[in-house]
Design a binder for this molecule. Structure first.
Ligand SMILES: Nc1nc2c(ncn2[C@@H]2O[C@H](COP(=O)(O)OP(=O)(O)OP(=O)(O)O)[C@@H](O)[C@H]2O)c(=O)[nH]1
Ligand SMILES: [Mg+2]
Length: 364
């Protein structure tokens, strides 16, 4: 899973990238942008996994991971319509996007706009994505027209359906800046998925505020209420401070944060939200060797979960011994959960819940 960071020049993308990943990538300096693209893998924090590891004291604790990509600057007017083509190609390979909008006022950092207005910048980023998607849709529409005369009767029918649908998507992009997939049938969904439309990806907007607004919960609401629908969820963070927070060790971190009125590192808030927007959940496996969090999609069943670990376990699946994390904690462990009737044996079609602790019985 890849989270791509998108934002106008000097909005603080690389700063936020560092805050998320604990990396120390070169941010833009007074002499201008570093111009580098950065990539890092982050462990998605999960206090539940920490608790389980404390309890089982395994040799290894394994978090789920997310890849984060930071791009070279997005400059307005650089391409024909805005975003450079190579950025758009990379963005299509991302599973979710994190907008970074400039919310800090600092004369020493050149601002491509005259004023600081994060809602405006988020809106213009959305518009860029819609432009890029429109191009894809229009290109495909003209291909359909070209291939129409060369196609068989059956193929034509299919092309006609696709065309009809694409025209709907086009209108939605032009009028609302995005196509709402809610309620679309499987054929249509697979068409739009094929095109990797950027406006359909899960998006989160992060407003990078100045140090004095750190920990102010009203900041995100202000920006959010200034955005026209459909708008992404908004998080505010003081990027520069959060980058420092990410560089501290655990003992220093809590004190530094409480001094600033920050209750939780922005990194945790953003990664959790990204995780949720991606439609992912985790289940756990525990033991003396390893305590591990595994990623699956919401709605996946026990066999799919088993498959994550090993195809043999899925093939020879008998039962999934299942205890919800909360039940495990409340009962003080597996034995307590058993006594309380909270330890369940589930079959192949069981829909796994976020936080389930699973142990597979299998036979190969
Ligand atoms: N005062 C202040 N400065 C910040 C903040 N966040 C970033 N900066 C500064 O703004 C400049 C640009 O930050 P970057 O993180 O490099 O921004 P960017 O969006 O990656 O820039 P490009 O890659 O050139 O588009 C750097 O000098 C940062 O130190 C902030 O919250 N407050
Ligand atoms: Mg940068």
């Amino acid at each position: 899973m890849i989270l791509g960071i998108v934002g106008w020049e000097n909005s603080g993308k690389t700063t936020v990238f560092n805050a998320l990943t604990g990396a120390a990538a070169q941010t833009a300096s007074f002499s201008g942008s570093s111009g580098e693209a950065n990539m890092a893998v982050v462990k998605v924090p999960d206090p539940r996994l920490d608790f389980l590891a404390d309890k089982f004291k395994p040799k290894k604790k394994t978090h789920v991971e997310l890849k984060v990509m930071d791009f070279a600057p997005f400059r307005k007017g650089q391409g024909e319509k805005g975003f450079p083509a190579k950025h758009i190609a990379s963005l299509r390979s991302c599973d979710a996007l994190l907008f970074v909008a400039r919310g800090f006022d600092d004369e020493s950092v050149p601002n491509p706009e005259d004023t600081v207005n994060p809602a405006r910048d988020i809106e213009s980023l959305m518009l860029e994505l819609a432009f890029a998607d429109l191009e894809v849709v229009e290109r495909r529409l003209s291909r359909i027209d070209e291939s129409f005369s060369k196609s068989s009767k059956d193929e034509r029918k299919k092309l006609e359906r696709e065309k009809e649908f694409l025209l709907e998507v086009k209108t939605a992009l032009e009028e609302n800046g995005a196509f709402a997939v809610d309620g679309a049938d499987e054929e249509r969904l697979s068409i739009v998925r094929n095109y990797g439309l950027l406006t359909l990806k899960p998006i989160i907007a992060a407003v990078n505020v100045g140090d004095d607004s750190a920990g102010d919960p009203a900041e995100a609401d202000r920006v959010s209420s200034a955005l026209p629908a459909p708008a992404p969820p908004v998080i505010a963070l003081a990027g520069k401070l959060e980058m420092e927070i990410a560089g501290l060790d655990d003992s220093e971190r809590a004190e530094f944060m409480s001094g600033l009125g920050i209750s939780e590192p922005a990194r945790d808030r953003i990664l959790r939200l990204a995780w949720d927007r991606l439609g992912l959940i985790v289940f756990f496996t525990v033991g003396d060797d390893e305590c591990r969090a595994w990623a699956i999609r919401r709605g996946d069943n026990a066999v799919t979960a088993a498959e994550k670990i090993h195809s043999d376990i899925a093939r020879g699946f008998i039962r999934a011994e299942t205890t919800a994390y909360d039940d495990f904690v409340a009962a003080g462990g597996f034995q307590g959960a058993k006594d309380a009737g909270r330890f369940r044996l589930e079959g192949k079609t069981y829909i796994v819940h976020d936080g389930d602790i699973l142990q597979f019985r299998f036979n190969v």
